[in-house]
Design a protein around this ligand. Structure first.
Ligand code: HEC
Length: 410
């Protein structure tokens, strides 16, 4: 798994702030966002009004972020009343999102809850005078925005004009791409990654370690649904003479997978297709259970997230969908913005505790959590994690007869 900082840098947040402060949303303002300003040729959406939940989050989060950039400002006595009030308003905005979230799927609700928890933690630390903790927690909030925006198909939001290029010149490419995803300028994020992959000054292995390849594939496949674009970029990238052998091999495998995904028609039964993709049935691939599966895993997760978002499947189907989502996330596509494998596996159990998917989800969750905490001894777990595992296990044990069909477990 690639590793890197989970936070937006202070500089990136400063630019976000400048953007929102100076350029309020302008729904009926297409001339400023005409496609002539989009050198990368992305077709972008300009229709519709901002959702009130998102608008509320922006208006309340944005004034707080610059204050959180500097410890002195965040802890200054003269700011206490303003910051306290700002955090109250942010909590209200997230409560509004929470009210909307009850009409959405469990994954959406979990992310909405995560946002509310981030905000509560920030407020609590602030009220207790733990300024450094509350400041770090405030900055983390942008990750939850990005995690939620990278789930479903979508188009670039061009109702707000993009940040002027001259301001972006001071940001690292990594920071730029984070800004664009958090603000749903996916077209801009893609262009940033494409520039990075073509930059001879950046070693391919380093680009991989820093997660650019996974980010690029996630937005390209799950949000923009453009496998051909990803394949063509990777074809050029793989020609670089400084390519490590391991990555050359992954790129060759991903090229086959991308061409296959590109040729696919929307499946009649998305759950069946996602099961095949996640289980690597009938798809060309050299191995199983590793990063070579990334493209198929992203394709599977995209089908599953849409099925879940649709919110019409039966509890058993949803349980399997969350289980498969947990499998692919734990294996190759876990979001660094906000890892969600655990919450998906938990959802699989709660939705249909008697199902085979719940039993498989429990086994994987137990391994993920226990091994993740550094040992096969339950004592090493924090009480809350151990308590949750016990609760889920009891839920499965007391639920009525489980169907025996093993086809749903990998
Ligand atoms: C629980 C999921 C979720 C979270 C958390 C979330 N968003 Fe969104 N956001 C969406 C979805 C889905 C859309 C697409 C349009 C819609 O359905 O409202 C969206 C749209 C947007 C838009 C563009 C369209 C609009 O309606 O204005 C912006 C800008 C935005 N979000 C910013 C943010 C920011 C900033 C945060 C974090 C403080 C955030 N979002 C947190 C799900 C989320």
């Amino acid at each position: 798994m690639p590793h890197r900082s989970k936070c937006l840098s202070a500089a990136a947040i400063g630019f976000l702030l400048a953007w929102f402060a100076e350029v309020p949303i302008a729904p009926a303002d297409p001339p400023q966002v005409s496609s002539s300003q989009e050198p990368e040729g992305e077709v972008v959406a300009v229709n519709g009004d901002a959702s009130p939940e998102m608008q509320g989050l922006f208006e309340t989060a944005i004034p707080l972020l610059p204050l959180a950039m500097a410890q002195e400002t965040w802890s200054a006595p003269e700011q206490r009343i303003a910051i306290g009030r700002g955090l109250d308003q942010l909590a209200q905005a997230s409560a509004t999102l929470g009210q909307h979230a009850v009409t959405r799927d469990l994954g959406f609700q979990n992310l909405s809850d995560s946002l509310a928890e981030d905000i509560e933690r920030t407020r609590h630390h602030y009220a207790e005078g733990n300024f450094e903790e509350s400041r770090a927690s405030m900055v983390e909030i942008a990750n939850t925005c990005a995690a939620c925006h990278s789930r479903l198909p979508g188009r670039s939001d061009t109702r707000r004009p993009p940040l002027p290029g001259v301001l972006l010149a001071n940001l690292s490419l990594h920071e730029q791409s984070q800004v664009w995803v958090a603000t749903r300028r996916f077209d801009k994020a893609m262009a940033v990654w494409e520039t990075a992959l073509a930059d001879e000054m950046r070693a391919p292995g380093q680009l991989d370690i820093e997660g650019y390849l996974l980010d690029y594939m996630t937005i390209g496949l799950r949000v923009l649904q453009e496998p051909a674009r990803v394949r063509s970029t990777f074809a050029g990238f793989s020609q670089r003479p400084d390519m490590p052998i391991y990555l050359q091999r992954h790129l060759a495998g991903w090229a086959i997978a991308l061409a296959a995904i590109e040729a696919e028609q929307p499946p009649a039964d998305p759950l069946l297709r996602a099961r095949e993709l996640a289980g690597a049935q009938g798809v060309p691939r050299p191995d199983l259970l590793g990063r070579e599966q990334t493209v198929y895993d992203l394709a599977a997760s995209s089908l599953l997230l849409r099925l879940i978002d649709d919110n019409r499947a039966s509890p058993e189907e949803l349980s399997e969908a969350y289980y498969l989502l947990g499998v692919v996330e734990a294996r190759s596509v876990d979001s660094y913005w906000l890892p969600q494998a655990e919450s998906h596996l938990e959802a699989a159990i709660r939705l249909a505790p008697g199902s085979p998917s719940a039993a498989s989800a429990y086994a994987l969750l137990e391994e993920y959590v226990v091994v993740g905490f550094g040992g096969a001894d339950g004592d090493a777990l924090p009480d809350t994690a151990f308590g949750k595992l016990q609760e889920l296990e009891a839920l499965i044990e007391k639920s009525p007869a489980r169907p025996t069909d093993p086809s749903t477990s990998l």
